[in-house]
Write a protein that binds this ligand. Structure first.
Ligand code: HEC
Length: 194
């Protein structure tokens, strides 16, 4: 049931908006026309190609890509972290400060005692008053244990307490009576005096 379409008779080609394709048959009254692609379309098409070239060059060569942004942010975070590490006090600034030790007691009682017991002898967390330390007990290491946490279940307290309260809690910890006996969690650590 397909018959060639009648060509236009009276119009000049310039008047004919849609020229029927010679080789296309009409189906259900619908034929195929052979229209030139509009200029605006060709121009935008070429523009996207030109744009893509500049875009690709800019994306790859500048710092604008996600990968480069990530690198920049990681570098900035690394710089901040090492700066923060460098500015940590090497020793506990509150060691002999009675008022600070009092505040430290508050912190220890409300935060640490849940896991380390009020006398520091250990509950969920290991004893902090025996001679055994898993990570060490010089000031920077103790601070690191408390501020950044430890993988065996010790939470990080830096955000919640801040450096000041951590040092105070540690200053208080030093005033607790120590025990020479291995306490809770002792086998994991190495005796290094308390
Ligand atoms: C949720 C329970 C919990 C709380 C709260 C907690 N700790 Fe711990 N802590 C642990 C556990 C568990 C470990 C052992 C981590 C490991 O072995 O990796 C630990 C380890 C430590 C260590 C390292 C001990 C070592 O042998 O090197 C120190 C120091 C410490 N805690 C101090 C504190 C202080 C100070 C606070 C209060 C600010 C506190 N902890 C609060 C559970 C807790």
């Amino acid at each position: 049931m397909t018959e060639p379409r009648e060509p236009y008779q009276d119009e000049t080609p310039a008047e004919i908006a849609e020229l029927p394709r010679e080789d296309a048959a009409v189906r259900d009254g619908i034929g195929e026309d052979d229209n030139p692609i509009p200029t605006w379309f060709n121009v935008s098409f070429c523009a996207t190609i030109v744009f893509a070239a500049f875009y690709a060059a800019y994306y790859l060569l500048s710092d604008w890509s996600q990968a480069a942004q990530y690198q920049t942010q990681v570098a900035r975070a690394d710089a901040l972290a090492s700066q923060a590490r460098a500015s940590l006090p090497e020793t506990n600034p509150y060691r002999a400060d009675a008022a600070a030790i009092g505040e430290g007691q508050q912190v220890f009682a409300t935060v640490c005692a849940v896991c380390h017991k009020a006398d520091g002898s250990g509950l969920i967390g290991p004893s902090l008053v025996d001679p055994y330390w898993k990570y060490g007990h010089d000031d920077p290491t103790l601070f690191e244990s408390v501020s950044a946490g430890r993988p065996g279940g010790m939470p990080a307290w830096q955000t919640q307490l801040g450096a000041d309260k951590i040092w105070k809690a540690l200053a208080y910890l030093e005033t607790l009576p120590t025990s020479s006996e291995p306490g809770l969690g002792a086998p994991e650590g190495t005796a290094s005096g308390s």
